[in-house]
Design a protein around this ligand. Structure first.
Ligand SMILES: Cc1ncc(COP(=O)(O)O)c(C=O)c1O
Length: 397
């Protein structure tokens, strides 16, 4: 018998965070490590947002705010959802949390009962299966390989629904694949969910980072799904504010009420200062997002071309977020100096120890044939990384 909590003991350590810690350790030992494991923009938080936080501190905006969020911020979120996402909310539909991750956790805990099923796709964001476990629910995972652009089909969704399905957890643009579902694709999935008693949690944290002519579309804006969908977003990725820890959710007031209650007894309000900064991010005019997306696109174009020139690698073109997710299984079965490449973890270990290059094994996202490489870094680092990866792969026999 485990003497500690069985549920918490069963939760796996975040593999992305584990890689980041290992990279930090190697760097501290003086190794010239190039890490492409970061899940955050490399840009600093825009100046006007930092100034808003400084002003908040100077004005002593340093006390508790209402648990569910600072009212002017809630109003700004309502306006954002209306303008960007065609979602109409009232204050009772909104919850401000400590990051989108926290909103997602609060929602899953508030909706699920033991044994309920939560459907989501692989490749998935690392935290989904663990959060579902924490909610004592069961993950039902739909495999979406590169041959289908890492996107599930309506038929797959239909086949995965059972009488126990409680939630469809949806993420577009996707971490780790960078794929973006089109409006038509989302409407086709929505048709499957029509008249079903299934809640939808839509994780739209990468909404602003889309390329080419892709347009983000919110599943919750489809008329017949409005009352069943809770849309989650935040400022981490769009405004380079990962450390500020502000995310938010908008949707069904009954669920939001439960999630607010859970939050009130666990963490209370998100930091008052971070909420003031978020208010500035959402309400002040600026070109910072556009500039950042332009830079990400230049890097995406570079890394896509460069990786596809390496023999044995086929990298699909991501349409959003800041990751490439590509198949490296052509190298499985190869060896070098005692390294046996047999899966995504041994592949990444080899690159890290042999060439000081940090990638995240695809197994962390439910696909052991692939690796994830973040391009939230400079072009110089990307060039250096591609050279190191090429060298390391050439050595494999
Ligand atoms: C798909 C996805 N959802 C949610 C989050 C959580 O973002 P945050 O808690 O920083 O707002 C992340 C962060 O990496 C993510 O990739």
């Amino acid at each position: 018998m485990n003497k500690y909590s069985e549920i918490i003991s069963s939760i796996e350590e975040s593999k992305t965070m584990a890689i980041s810690s290992l990279v930090k350790k190697l760097k501290a030992e003086g190794k010239n490590v190039l890490s492409f494991s970061a899940g955050e923009p490399d840009f600093p938080t825009p100046e006007f947002i930092k100034q808003a936080a400084i002003k908040a501190i100077n004005n002593n905006f340093t006390k508790y705010t209402p648990n569910e969020g600072y009212p002017p911020l809630i109003n700004a979120i309502i306006e954002k959802f209306s303008i960007d996402n065609n979602l109409e909310f009232k204050p009772q539909n909104i919850l401000v949390s400590h990051g989108a991750k926290h909103s997602l956790y609060n929602l899953l805990m508030s909706i699920c009962n033991p044994g309920d099923e939560v459907i989501f796709q692989a490749p998935y964001w690392v935290s989904y299966p663990q959060m579902v476990k924490l909610a004592q629910a069961k993950s039902v995972i739909i495999n979406a390989g590169v041959e289908q652009n890492y996107k599930i089909t309506p038929g797959q969704l239909k086949n995965s629904i059972t009488s126990k399905t409680k939630v469809f957890l949806f993420n577009t643009p996707s971490n780790p694949t960078g794929s973006v579902y089109s409006e038509d694709e989302i409407k086709a999935l929505a048709e499957v969910l029509k008249e079903k008693n299934i809640f939808i949690i839509s994780d739209e944290i990468y909404e602003k980072i889309v390329f080419d002519d892709e347009k983000h579309f919110s599943i919750g804006s489809i008329d017949y799904l409005k009352d069943k969908t809770i849309t989650v977003n935040g400022v981490s990725k769009a405004y380079a504010m990962t450390g500020w820890r502000v995310g938010y959710a908008g949707g069904n007031a009954e669920i939001i009420k439960l999630a607010r209650n859970l939050q009130s007894h666990s963490t209370s309000n998100a930091s008052s200062i971070s909420q003031a900064a978020t208010l500035a991010a959402l309400t002040e005019e600026s070109n910072e997002i556009e500039d950042m997306v332009k830079k990400f696109k230049i890097r995406r174009d570079y890394i896509y071309d460069a990786l596809n020139k390496i023999e044995g690698i086929k990298c699909p073109l991501p349409k959003g977020a800041f990751y490439v997710f590509y198949n490296v299984s052509n190298y499985y079965g190869k060896h070098m100096n005692g390294y046996d490449i047999k899966d995504s973890s041994s592949f990444c270990n080899y690159l890290l120890t042999e060439q000081n290059v940090g990638l995240v094994p695809g197994i962390a996202f439910g696909n052991d044939n692939c690796v994830r490489m973040s391009y939230a870094c400079s072009l110089e680092e990307l060039r250096d990384g591609v050279e190191r990866i090429t060298n390391a792969l050439h050595k494999l026999k």
